[in-house]
Ligand binder design. Structure first.
Ligand code: ADP
Ligand code: MG
Length: 227
C-alpha cells in the first residue's frame, strides 16, 4: 500500500500555476527520487505535503496512510509521521547538538544518529548549534534529527545543496539509514546522479510528473530533454 499519494495536485499562487496536475504515489519503505530542474515546483510540492502555512492544494488530493490530509495543519501531519529536511538547513542557536537531537524524544541515543550521518559523537554532542558549524555540519545534524524522529515519510529537499555540499556518498549513507529505519523517502534533487540512489524515480516538468520509472530510465530521460 502506498504511504503517500498525490492525486492531480494543482497549486496556484497569485497568478501563477506552480503545480499543474501533479500525481505521484510513494510506496511504503520506498526511496522515491523526484528529479527536476530549478523552478519546476519541487520545493512547493514539499511544502504542500508537509502542510506549511498557506500551502494548501487549489485542487487535487494529498493522501497519507489512506487518509486525505489536504486541510490538516503542519503539526498534525508531523504527528502522523511526515517530516522534512529543508533545502536551507535551519539554525537553532544557543542549544547543544545533544539537546537538539533529543528535544522531541529523550529516550534516543543521540550518538548513534550522529554516527549515522558521519559525525564523530564525542566531538559534536556538546557543541552548540550555531554559526561556528559549517553548512555541511548543520545539514548533517538536521538529517540526524530527522532520522531520530523515525518518520514514516521523510522529504529531503536537495540534500546535496548548500555551501558545503554533502557528497553523493554521504547522501547514500543517509538514505541507507532511512531504509534501515523503515522510513519512506521523497528525495528531491536536480542532479541525476543523486536520483540513481533511489528505488524509483519521477521527473517533474512544468509542475507535473512527465515520466516515472527506474532511476536509470528517468536519469536518461532527464539528460536527453529540456526541462
Ligand atoms: P524548485 O524547488 O523546483 O526549484 P519552486 O517550487 O521553488 O521550484 O518554485 C517553482 C516556481 O514557482 C518558481 O518559478 C518560483 O519562482 C515560483 N514560486 C514559488 N513560490 C511562489 C509563490 N509563493 N508565489 C509565486 N510564485 C512562486
Ligand atoms: Mg527547491
Amino acid at each position: 500500500m502506498p504511504i503517500a499519494e498525490l492525486n492531480e495536485i494543482v497549486y496556484i499562487a497569485g497568478e501563477k500555476k506552480i503545480l499543474d496536475g501533479f500525481s505521484l504515489s510513494i510506496e511504503s519503505g520506498e526511496i522515491h527520487a523526484l528529479l527536476g530542474t530549478n523552478g519546476t515546483g519541487k520545493s512547493t510540492l514539499a511544502y504542500l505535503i508537509i502542510g506549511c502555512e498557506g500551502y494548501r492544494p487549489t485542487s487535487g488530493e494529498i493522501i497519507f496512510d489512506g487518509r486525505v490530509i489536504n486541510e490538516l495543519p503542519i503539526h498534525e501531519r508531523a504527528k502522523l509521521g511526515i517530516t522534512m529536511a529543508w533545502q536551507e538547513p535551519v539554525r537553532f542557536e544557543g542549544i547543544s547538538v545533544r539537546d537538539y537531537l533529543t528535544i522531541r524524544n529523550k529516550d534516543i541515543d543521540p550518538a548513534y544518529y550522529l554516527e549515522m550521518v558521519g559525525l564523530h559523537p564525542e566531538f559534536y554532542l556538546h557543541r552548540m548549534v550555531d554559526k561556528s558549524l559549517s553548512g555541511g555540519e548543520r545539514k548533517r545534524i538536521e538529517l540526524a534529527s530527522i532520522l531520530a524522529l523515525n518518520p514514516k515519510l521523510a522529504i529531503l529537499d536537495e540534500p546535496d545543496s548548500g555551501i558545503d555540499m554533502l557528497s553523493t556518498q554521504d547522501i547514500i549513507n543517509v538514505i541507507n539509514a532511512f531504509k534501515e529505519n523503515g522510513s519512506s523517502v521523497l528525495l528531491i534533487t536536480h542532479r541525476e546522479e543523486i536520483a540513481l540512489i533511489a528505488d524509483r524515480a519521477s521527473q517533474i516538468c512544468g509542475g507535473k510528473v512527465v515520466f516515472s520509472g527506474s532511476p536509470h530510465e528517468v536519469a536518461e530521460y532527464y539528460k536527453s530533454r529540456e526541462c
